[in-house]
Design a protein around this ligand. Structure first.
Ligand code: FES
Length: 156
């Protein structure tokens, strides 16, 4: 070995390799952590929230309407004075239904012509299930509906 040549396996090499090893472990650990978070995301539980959808006099007697809210789409109907609320999302492929009374049905899905009755039951077409029903409350002239809501997941 020449006099000016750096020694192989010395303390400097050891520390450089140690630093490289630690950096490698940290980056693999960070990657593994992100991969795990991607594969098994933390999903917050769904909760019921009560939201105002309309004033009572906006819903005509024996009439219905769809209200589009940031938290979801609500179909609300006055059935002989009783207010009923449903998810306005069609149970077939998720289109938004419309109020369109016909002989046997009142809710119409424009995507594949599915229809539902006043109780949200399927009358015709491809929808496999009835509309999801929501609880309704009226206070001080306002109509409130309890809808399921899942808070958004914020990135870590
Ligand atoms: Fe409503 Fe297909 S999405 S009938």
């Amino acid at each position: 070995m020449a006099k000016d040549e750096p020694r192989k396996g010395g303390r400097r090499d050891f520390l450089a390799n140690l630093a490289l090893g630690i950096a490698g472990l940290l980056s693999v650990g960070g990657f593994a952590s992100r991969l795990f978070g991607f594969l098994y995301p933390v999903v917050p539980p769904e909760q019921l929230v009560e939201v105002p959808v309309a004033t009572r006099n906006q819903i005509p007697p024996n009439g219905g309407m769809v209200v589009n809210l940031p938290t979801g789409h609500v179909a609300i109907v006055d059935a002989g004075g009783e207010l009923r609320a449903f998810s306005a999302v069609c149970t077939h492929l998720g289109c938004i239904i419309k109020w369109q009374p016909a002989a046997r049905s009142v809710w119409f899905c424009p995507c594949h012509k599915g229809t539902y009755d006043l109780d949200g039951h399927v009358v015709s077409g491809p929808p496999p299930r009835p509309l999801k029903r929501y609880e309704v409350a009226i206070r001080e002239g306002k109509v409130y509906v309890k809808i399921p809501y899942r808070p958004p997941v914020l990135p870590a």
